[in-house]
Design a protein around this ligand. Structure first.
Ligand SMILES: NC(=O)c1ccc[n+]([C@@H]2O[C@H](COP(=O)([O-])OP(=O)(O)OC[C@H]3O[C@@H](n4cnc5c(N)ncnc54)[C@H](OP(=O)(O)O)[C@@H]3O)[C@@H](O)[C@H]2O)c1
Length: 316
């Protein structure tokens, strides 16, 4: 599913392209399932501005799709951790290439798929799991944590991880998702279309997955000594927190900053283990075939998905 210019789902086109060759240190994966993340939508639109890091005017990589589960079908020179036939999953950010029948992935980006998880479930975990684990690691047991954008991939895993370690979660998302977020263990829920969460605090930790607020609004939401991290959102919101946040912290004692997520199996592996044991659940909202990637991306972007949207490339 190829695109050559930034735009809406209509710029995507199903085409035959050469099967990628695994480079040194890479394996070739036959894709079974690939999940949709907000970063795919951002890469399609070329917005926020950070989504154009690889190509200012046009996308430098013509195939989106990062969170892949599938089977190894070839091993590149020097790659030794995986063999042909292994079932694997991982996050190919920032290269993408997953909305396809085959994708070349660095060995360092993948892990063996947990046996008890389907390919669709495994594909739902990498990026969202790494973000969730790293965000929740900032919370102490008993802390009041607010997650903005809590109804998406990263947020729904973060709620469960936080509640399991005794953190009290307030979850913010659209009204249609709030009952589900309560089911996952959120103590309070807020509809972002009706209520400004920055006026509902104080919180010890604010994690904003879709940031667009000013530093002063975040400051207002925080308890004394509290911390706010922005994971994604408008370029403006992310950029103003990166340099100014630490300075603001020195002056006021509030910690504001950007969470740079370490991708890779060390980040998402522990979350997948919890999913495999049943301690944490992954909800799959809808499954689309490869030729319907444009519809899948639109479904995700329109705010109707409650759970992960999956593209099934082959039978699971
Ligand atoms: N910092 C890093 O290193 C790093 C690495 C990877 C990804 N990311 C970023 O992480 C972010 C989260 O990704 P994700 O895959 O979890 O996203 P997602 O699945 O799309 O979830 C985002 C959620 O936020 C909700 N939302 C939209 N606008 C909102 C608003 N104004 N206020 C509150 N909630 C709102 C959405 O609901 P609707 O359905 O109503 O739109 C959706 O439920 C992305 O921005 C991505 O770029 C960061």
């Amino acid at each position: 599913m190829v695109y050559e210019e930034y735009g809406g789902p209509e710029v995507l086109e199903l085409r035959d392209v050469p099967t990628p060759e695994p480079a040194p240190g890479e394996v070739l994966v036959e894709v079974v399932a690939v999940s949709i993340n907000l970063s795919d939508w951002e890469g399609l639109r070329g917005s926020p501005a950070y989504a154009r890091m690889g190509g200012l005017r046009r996308p430098s990589r013509p195939i989106l799709g990062t969170d892949v589960a599938g089977r190894v079908v070839a091993v590149g020179p020097g790659a030794s951790r995986f063999a042909v036939g292994d079932e694997v999953y991982g996050d190919n950010l920032p290269r993408g290439g997953g909305f396809a029948e085959y994708v070349a992935m660095p060995e360092s980006a993948i892990a063996h798929k947990p046996f008890a998880l389907t390919f669709a479930e495994a594909s739902a975990i990498p990026q969202a799991g790494a973000i969730a684990a790293q965000a929740v690691a900032l919370a102490e047991p008993g802390a009041r944590m607010l997650i903005n954008g809590a109804g998406g991939g990263a947020g729904t895993l973060a709620i469960q991880l936080a509640v399991a370690q005794g953190v009290r979660v307030t979850a913010v998302d659209n009204a249609g998702k709030l009952a589900y977020l309560r089911e996952l263990g959120a103590e309070r829920v807020i509809d972002y279309r009706r209520t400004d969460f920055t006026r509902t605090g104080p919180y010890d930790l604010v994690v904003d997955l879709v940031a667009h607020r000013s530093i002063f609004a975040y400051r207002r939401a925080l308890a004394k000594g509290g911390r706010c991290v922005v994971v994604g959102g408008t370029a403006r919101a992310v950029l103003r927190l990166a340099p100014v946040g630490p300075l603001h912290g020195l002056l006021t004692g509030a910690h504001l900053g950007v969470l740079l997520v370490r991708q890779g199996p060390r980040g998402f592996g522990p979350v997948a283990e919890l999913c495999e044991s049943g301690a944490v659940s992954v909800r799959i909202d809808r499954v689309f075939p490869l030729e319907e990637v444009p519809a899948a991306l639109a479904w995700h972007a329109e705010g109707r998905a409650c759970g992960k949207v999956i593209v099934a490339v082959r039978e699971d």
